[in-house]
Design a binder for this molecule. Structure first.
Ligand code: SF4
Length: 203
C-alpha cells in the first residue's frame, strides 16, 4: 500500500505543541517551488531556507535561481542560509551516471547529496526538523525522497518532516504564486543532463 505522505505531514503538525513554533531547516531547490511550501509551512514552523543545489548548471543559472529565491522571501516570513556554488560536489556523485534517465539513479544520488547537507546543517544548527521542497514537483517521487530523508534523519539525529507537497494542488499553487511574485520559472530540473528535456513538471 502506498504511504500517504500528506497525511503524515498533517499528523506531525497536529502533534506540535500549541505554544511557539518549532524550527525547521527547509532545503529549497528554487524560488517558485518554495513559494507554496513556505506559504504552508510558515504557519506552523519557524523556517530557515537552505539553498544548497550543486546540481544546477551552469553557475550563472545557480545565481539566477538564487536571486529569485531571495525574491520569494520578500513575500513570506523565512530566513535564508545561502551556500557557495559547489558544482564539483555534483560532478563527483553524477560521474558514471551521466546517461541515466531523468528520475533514475543519478537523481537518487542528487537527492541524497542535497538532503545529507541539509540534515548535517540541521543537526549542527540545532534545528527541530528538516525537510525539502522537492516533493512539490509532479514528477519527483515522494516515496524516494521521504525514504532518503527518513534515513538521514536517523543518522543525523534530526526529525525529518515527511511531505508530498504536490498534493492539495500544491504545484498549481506554486505556479500561481510564482506569477504573482513575478518569479523566473525554469523549464528544466537543474543539471546539464536534464537541460533541453523540458519534461512537463520535471522541475
Ligand atoms: S535531473 Fe534533476 S534531480 Fe536528476 S540529477 Fe539532474 S538536477 Fe538532480
Amino acid at each position: 500500500m502506498k504511504t500517504n505522505y500528506q497525511l503524515l505531514t498533517d499528523n506531525c503538525i497536529a502533534s506540535l505543541p500549541p505554544d511557539g513554533k518549532p524550527t525547521l531547516l527547509l532545503h529549497s531547490c528554487c524560488g517558485p517551488c518554495s513559494s507554496y511550501v513556505l506559504e504552508y509551512l510558515t504557519r506552523h514552523f519557524d523556517v530557515t531556507i537552505l539553498y544548497y543545489n550543486p546540481n544546477i548548471q551552469p553557475e550563472a543559472e545557480y545565481e539566477k535561481r538564487l536571486f529569485y529565491q531571495r525574491e520569494v522571501l520578500k513575500h513570506l516570513p523565512a530566513r535564508i542560509m545561502e551556500c557557495a556554488y559547489d558544482g564539483a560536489a555534483f560532478e563527483e556523485i553524477a560521474a558514471g551516471y551521466e546517461n541515466a534517465p531523468e528520475g533514475g539513479e543519478r537523481c537518487t544520488r542528487c537527492f541524497l547529496l542535497r538532503l545529507e547537507e541539509t540534515a548535517r546543517r540541521a543537526a549542527q544548527g540545532g534545528f527541530d526538523f528538516f525537510c525539502t521542497t522537492l516533493t512539490v514537483a509532479p514528477h519527483k517521487e515522494a516515496e524516494r525522497i521521504n525514504r532518503i530523508g527518513t534515513e538521514l534523519g536517523r543518522r543525523w539525529g534530526v526529525r525529518w518532516l515527511p511531505s508530498d507537497f504536490k498534493k492539495r494542488d500544491g504545484y498549481l499553487r506554486s505556479i500561481r504564486l510564482a506569477q504573482e511574485y513575478g518569479l523566473y520559472r525554469q523549464d528544466w530540473c537543474g543539471c546539464e543532463y536534464s537541460h533541453g528535456k523540458n519534461e512537463a513538471g520535471s522541475i
